[in-house]
Design a binder for this molecule. Sequence first.
Ligand code: GLN
Length: 453
Amino acid sequence: TGAFLQAMEAARGLNAYVLETPEQALAMAKASDERLAKGQGGPLEGLPLGIKDLYATKGVRTTACSNILGNFVPGYESTVTSQLWRDGAVMLGKLNNDEFAMGSSNETSAFGPVKSPWRREGSNAALVPGGSSGGSSAAVAARLCLGATATDTGGSIRQPAAFTGTVGIKPTYGRCSRWGIVAFASSLDQAGPIARTVRDNAILLRSMAGHDPKDTTSVDMPVPDYEAAVGRSIKGMKIGIPKEYRVDGMPAEIEALWHKGAEWLRAAGAEIVEVSLPHTKYALPAYYIVAPAEASSNLARYDGVRYGVRVPGKDIVEMYEKTRAAGFGKEVRRRVMIGTYVLSAGYYDAYYVKAQKIRTLIKRDFEQVYAQGVHAILTPATPSAAFGVGEKGGADPVEMYLNDVFTVTVNMAGLPGIAVPAGMSSDGLPLGLQLIGRPFDEETLFSAGEVIE
Ligand code: GLN
């Protein structure tokens, strides 16, 4: 723990942590040592972790990296983090993220952008660590923690993992409790880990997962020993390659990596089959209706009364307006406006209802593929390697949204997906592949993911 705290101090320039909690960390580490000395160690005993600032941590400032939460200090602990502490993990601090987890580059944070520890060969320009869990991916890649919690609504675990050469899994919707995690789009949000290896992901997910009566969408199913799935043979498994993911303009090196990944799985005994997910091209536009719609509703609670910041006004309406105008950043305001628009009486059927229908079709596409005996689906994790800080999304937000083209389908269908580092770009940056699984079959992702890793 001490060594990690020193490394964090030396790497403050990355802006991965928005709050360091050295006193708690040392106290937790000491308690951990005492349990170990008595032979009472838990499965994560003494492991130092970073926590995305979307997770409520009791007595420790939690802001979702938004000014509107100001210096909010929750009086409660999220279910997922309390399970990590139950199993012996140590909290090093709170990690940066895009404001309310809206973004793909960690540039919308009220605390400023996170810098990836990676650089392009021959260049010193700062690169993004991906988003929204950019603090988590940068901290793991720079060894500023052994593992980190993250959340994924449309790709925010898998895309930052792919950009930083780390591993991240978004479990099946319902696998982890969302209780105590700041809500973005409740029907899409899931908690999950980012860590250096597939095995570390398996170990962390086992502690994070499980039924929670406080989240009615969490599922009452036993949590398997995920670590036991790492190294398990994939002989005879059917892995699908969806032809619709061969999008226009895909860089040749991404396509080549995808082929290589399929070859590695074949060499390990899997059968590779081409599959079709015909509604893929509608997933991104539908996601950018569903997610803002839910966000506009979830963010209605930040009214200057209940949490954080309040800017006074002459009456209550003006107070609301001033508080929300001052407290929310540009991207969050954009999402609230889009969401309110697509839910408005006049446009509800044209946008929101249509997007929900598309969501059903996307889900059915996957069901049909799995009904053919396919165990998992292999795709690239992202359409490119990491880009530069300030390079994308300035004038055109859609340029940033396109980053999620391979990841949002998984959230729309509620399926598990893992991103695993698989190779390097020609300019020396990590590239990742994604495996998509059947509902509640994270184990196959760990087995097949380890083959690619
Ligand atoms: N980049 C996507 C968005 O901005 C996904 C974010 C996420 O998964 N939290 O909505």
